[in-house]
Design a protein around this ligand. Sequence first.
Ligand SMILES: [Zn+2]
Length: 433
Amino acid sequence: MKVRQKFLLLVLFLLSIVPAVAQSVPSLRVNGQRIMQHLQALAEFGKNPQGGVSRVAYTDADRQGREYATRLMRDAGLDVVIDPAGNVVGSRAGSDSSLKPLLIGSHIDSVPEGGNYDGDVGSLSAIEVAQVLTESGTKLRHPLQVIIFQNEEGGTIGSHIIGAGFDDKLLNIRSQSGKTIREGIQFIGGDLSRLAQAQRPAGSIAGYFELHIEQGGNLEQEKIDIGVVEGIVGILHSDVTIEGFANHAGTTPMNQRHDALLSAARFIERVNQVVTSIRGRQVGTVGWIRVQPGAYNVIPGKTVLGLELRDLDEKKVEEMFTRIRAESQQIGALNSTRFSFTDPVLSHPALTDKSFQKLIADTAKQLGLSTKVMPSGAGHDAQEIAKIGPVGMIFIPSVGGISHSPRELSRPEDIEHGANVLLLTVLNFDKKN
Ligand SMILES: [Zn+2]
């Protein structure tokens, strides 16, 4: 083929695909300024001198924040109710009543001395999506529900009750507010007498999309606009007890010691080596330690510490744990100390739906945004909703990777990008499913 012919073919090819691509991008966009105004207004409830918020679930500030969000939801044309578990649910009818509802949302409760972006960005952006749909007179085929889940920071409580139900043990947990979960649900307008009805059966939703700040520094460091979350990691906890022999720190020669803290130090180092010796993004931490008897002049006789391992792949977590246990026996043998581990407590990884990942990535590309597939190292409401239907998560950069801090920050343009990806993902999903 001659060069000119090739060129002609290329032009014909481009002419054929450009209109198709242009048509397939919905023209609706969120109002980024309005989201920022709503974020600022929400930040007033529980505002603290450090510049962040303490809007802990089941406090007055939490209730005020929820009332504010409810007003925004009503303004966005949503029909708002508080479900029996205390989640705020705003609904919008779809044109096809045979379809299951599509869910979007997040949470607005915070940790004590938290920031103004964790949860808030996803919640207010979900409300913005509803607002844009209403203003533009867009009717989706699917019913749409915007949900603000209650008490995410205290253990994804509201979404857990929707996804898995509840028991007395859960209701009796004392939350950060000082109230039990049971008292908290009542405080925010839930209905304990109908609590079982808050749980939704598996397969009862079309899907759930959640926009959230990354809470880590990967996207910012790599200058990527949108994180496509492949799943929320599984977490293993085990208490490790090391028994040695407490003896006089002045009179016991170095070669005759059974120092439990020395074994602990070697163990912590070894945990780090095991976790970093495998390819992948798994993490492992020893986050606390208790030493007995704990005096200058006594060789530590007993040490208890907390081991945590996280990864998307549950098998990898279990393999690391097995290896760490085996290596601890060698460490113990070196100075005659004894290691024992409590049975590991494992929260299972929650994977996002593959087709949802693709939809989010394709939608971000339609908007000219760069994407990266990544795990979520932190827990989210999406992990609970994954028990009843397919979920997808959209991350935006956190400046400096800081979160759960008054210094938490996401830039307005990133928030607008994330909210537009959420809006167009909803539209694209609705068209295709
Ligand atoms: Zn959150």
